[in-house]
Design a binder for this molecule. Sequence first.
Ligand code: F6R
Length: 605
Amino acid sequence: MCGIFGYIGHRNASSLLVKGLLRLEYRGYDSSGVVVKNGQLQSYKDIGKISEMATSLPEFKGSMGIAHTRWATHGGVTKENAHPHLSNDGKVAIVHNGILQNSDALRKRLKRAGVQLNSETDSEVFCHYIAMALEEGKAPLEALQSVLSMTRGTWGVCVLFQEYDYVLCARNGSPLIIGRGKDEMFISSDPHAIREHTDQLVALEDGQIAKLDAHNFQVMQTDGKEVVSHLLQLEEEWGESELGEYPHFMLKEIHEQSQSLQHCISGRLRHAEGTSVLGGLQVQPQELAQLPHVRLIGCGTALHAAQIGQILIEQWARIPAVSHVASEFNANDPVINPKALHLAISQSGETADTLSAVKEIQRKGADVYGVVNVVGSSIARQCGKGVYIHSGPEQSVASTKAFTNMVGALALFALQLGRSRHLSKTKGKSIIREMRTLPEKIRAYLEQPGPIEQAVELVTKAKSVLFLGRGISSPVASEGALKLMEIAYIPCLAYPAGEMKHGPIALIEQDSPVVVIAPNDGVQERTLNAIHECKARGAKIILIHEEGDPISETADVSIPIPSTMPMLTPLLSVLPTQLIAYHAALALDNDVDRPRNLAKSVTVE
Ligand code: F6R
């Protein structure tokens, strides 16, 4: 949510800043801007896409600057509200991610002091208070410290000064990474945007400030006490950040799922023992013996993966498991059992709601394991242990390959847990054999995806779409509905198939599309009841089923997927729902990779 990029060195800052912003565009894309120091602070910002802002950006000279891509929180999408914000004397420029809770009071104080405010944002207060403090004779660091002492909320903030050859930045709840190159420094809200320049990265922690020039950086606590910072150990990730031959990142990432699942499971399966090994997620026999339950926490797509993980753990390990919406987790003062196992699931590793649930669990005395994609991200670091899902960079706002790898990693974990309890070696081996076939089955399905266009025609004409699934297909229905809603803007409702008759059935009219996920999994027969109840009321059934299954006769649009073992079906049944969403968004002329109002990394609660 909002992206920051900064550069201090010997190269042209402006072009590096734009490149950095483009890599961060999925964090927010309603407006963007850059400020470069070349004697004066030269600033340019605009609403719309970064590529549009970049085409009208003047040719700024200078080798030091900061830049921002915005996802609006306080104040509408206007040029004035875009970052950077400059003090009225033009001597201080800031970019900010996060939300200042007491910004109204701070803005009022500025107005009373006669300071002209130029935007409706909370962020703008930073530059004015810093400029006032400089005016009073404070040094830049002192000026920033004094502002931070009066603000409440979250920030990743960078400050550029007309009169000083360094940048200050501070973090509290919004990520900032420093990258050290040869006689140059980078700042970014995401390691992924710096990796092409250097692998020498340091992540600021909450409550820290950093001072950077081209050659050195110094990290300190807000009170100025210096701290020793450690280089982030980032494993080399697979995957290209460029579009290549694909028209959209979402389509590219859908097609990468075969390869990304392979990356997730490779080296982690032990066929001879019928188990899996997840280095960062080893439960000791003593802990296992006392394990009361497992809790899985996530938001959006990660929540749906958590719901599938919950079922896998209960089925294979016979341990009670429950999944939680991260944004609700802290609301009710949850009881935490320190002996329980907690898993935080997140692609970005930056989702504020999930991070705050992690902190709550830790505060109450339990450990949390991260199941995360972005290496070195805040949740990965806060948990301190866990596994990476190895999806490679996911740039489309709508998550696809990360879902697959979250489910893949959770399946590996459920298998490992099951094998250390009652799951037989024979069963373990059969799970492994089946998991190994999945990358190829994904590839084969994507090559011949079935009549997606027919499904698209039905859903794009509809007022709303109902998604149904039972058992392990119920979270897949939720994931399909989320995807269609977020990029095609079609109202969707996902329901467990059996629950439909308790209310949502009232929505069904002649020709209402209902997407049913019904693999041959032992609960299918009862899903069939729901299909007949919908059909009797005129619904059109878009049925996702295993190939060769006679249930296809009940479908208006029949989409066959390869067969697999029931507990692993989500890894295949989700694919048609992703394609329906993608093609529906295209048919409606929507911006597939940058859906309105959304951002990939939601760093505010
Ligand atoms: C849906 C989507 C969001 C994210 C959610 C959690 O396609 O992308 O619902 O899944 O914001 O994000 P992470 O996984 O980064 O914590």
